[in-house]
Design a protein around this ligand. Structure first.
Ligand code: 4AD
Ligand code: MG
Length: 430
């Protein structure tokens, strides 16, 4: 017997014999008839089991089958306006494969209970939809990057140096020395462009961030790209095309899932290049004219990013941050040396930062003097400094938080719902 998916059988003509397998999502019975809704990875389909329509033992099995039991059903498809998708499967055979104990998740559960039972909650339709959206976003990204001459590479996760500052490093024992979990593949991608020109990677990144906010995970998926011979202007063009490719691919592959998750998908259609651009100094001026206090030199936090993007419908680049806000590897902007040639990309609707990127400093002396001023030990970075000693080139790159993008595209309130098994300050189980 060949099995079809729930989605496939809904497309089958009336009267067609089909076989499906999946899990019981909902069920109710009244006397001689059982209505069960079956779920598999593709969707849901209603199954009706009538006493007399199949052997009695199988009718009994259907009547007593509990929620989340796995089952195999064979029968014929029939039109039924009341059923989801307008069709139902009338069972001619029903078999329980793996019975389920009383499922611990019912309607209206606390967030904590759902997080404790995440290994079971990921079966929910919302979680299923988010994971499909994420896969479509990543597929859109990879397709665009490959077409644009970027080669996917596999940087290490175990490292001996910080990329984004020592305060958010997870330290671990590496035999008889210390090592860290990677915060960013950037420095390795910088090395790899000397071999491949344009590279990208999709890896987990780790941040020992004590911030309990709806946009921070301690482990997240990081899509990073780096290109030789690219200034920050080119860098931003790559980012806006990449984000467009991700969003538009989600719209073309996963519209149904988006509709299940959010009310309004129309604004996503407008996400097309060029995105808006504004300098950090212009952002500060804007805050001041709106009556907020903001001194030049302070980094933009979540409230400032929210204020900047609340009314926007397309993403916004904020460029030229003061040097004191950002990491030592960024290139000083020759037109405004108080700032770096860098940009953060903020998602509209108050969602805030989804990408951080910059042109990289190529001047060995500037790099070394900044590191000294910040008290960074040179030893672990000798290999990185070598990249400026052997045929250095102008280059730029960026890192995109995959869950940040998914949170924005799906309109999620909390980033933990953009990842199946979230890791946060208070959670590493299950
Ligand atoms: O802005 P960040 O720290 O930049 C870097 O790591 C650069 N080295 C990247 C590069 O140039 N290759 O991080 C990049 C992005 C942020 O814009 C955000 O989207 C995401 O990573 N991100 C997080 N996502 C979830 N949880 C966290 N704690 C995150 N920290 C950063
Ligand atoms: Mg950042």
């Amino acid at each position: 017997m060949t099995f079809s998916s729930a989605k496939q059988v809904l497309d089958a003509p009336s009267g067609q014999e089909v076989a499906v397998r999946g899990w019981i999502y909902r069920a109710r019975s009244s006397g001689a008839i059982v209505f069960a809704v079956l779920r598999d990875g593709s969707g849901i389909v209603q199954v009706t089991v009538k006493k007399g329509g199949l052997p009695d033992a199988e009718f009994e099995a259907a009547r007593s089958a509990s929620i989340e039991s796995s089952v195999e059903v064979r029968g014929a498809m029939h039109e039924d306006k009341r059923a989801p998708g307008g069709k139902e499967l009338r069972a001619a055979s029903f078999r329980v494969v793996g019975p389920a104990q009383t499922f611990p998740i019912t309607e209206h559960q606390s967030e904590e209970l759902l997080l404790d039972h995440r290994h079971l909650w990921i079966r929910s339709r919302e979680q299923n939809a988010v994971m499909k959206v994420k896969a479509a976003a990543l597929r859109g990204a990879r397709e665009w990057l490959e077409e644009s001459g970027f080669t996917e590479v596999t940087p290490p996760i175990l490292t001996t140096n910080a990329c984004e500052g020592g305060t958010t490093l997870f330290k671990l024992k590496y035999f008889d020395r210390d090592a860290y979990l990677s915060q960013s593949a950037q420095m390795y991608l910088e090395a790899l462009i000397f071999s491949l020109g344009r590279v990208y990677s999709v890896t987990p990144s780790f941040r020992a961030e004590k911030s309990r906010t709806p946009r921070h995970l301690t482990e997240y998926w990081h899509l990073e790209a780096e290109a030789a011979w690219a200034d920050n202007r080119k860098n931003m063009e790559v980012q806006e095309q990449l984000v467009t490719a991700m969003v538009q691919n989600v719209l073309s592959e996963r519209k149904e899932e988006l509709l299940l998750l959010r009310k309004d998908i129309e604004p996503l259609r407008d996400i097309r290049p060029p995105f808006k651009r504004m300098t950090y100094s212009q952002a500060v001026d804007r805050f001041r004219t709106q009556g907020h206090e903001m001194s030049w030199g302070c980094d933009l936090g979540a409230p400032e990013e929210r204020a900047l993007t609340a009314e926007e419908t397309v993403p916004l680049f904020v460029t030229n941050y003061p040097r004191e806000c950002k990491a030592f590897y960024m290139k000083e902007d020759p037109e405004d040396p108080r700032t770096y040639a860098c940009a953060d990309l903020l998602a509209p609707g108050g969602f805030g930062e989804i990408i951080g990127g910059s042109e990289r400093e190529t001047d060995l002396r500037k790099l070394v003097s900044r590191m000294q001023a910040q008290g960074i030990a040179m030893g672990p970075y000798e290999w990185y400094l070598d990249l400026r000693r052997y045929g250095s080139v102008p280059h730029s790159g960026f890192g995109l938080g995959v869950e940040r993008v998914v949170k924005f595209v799906c309109g999620l309130e909390h980033i933990r719902d953009a990842v199946p098994f979230p890791r946060t300050v208070s959670r590493v189980y299950p």
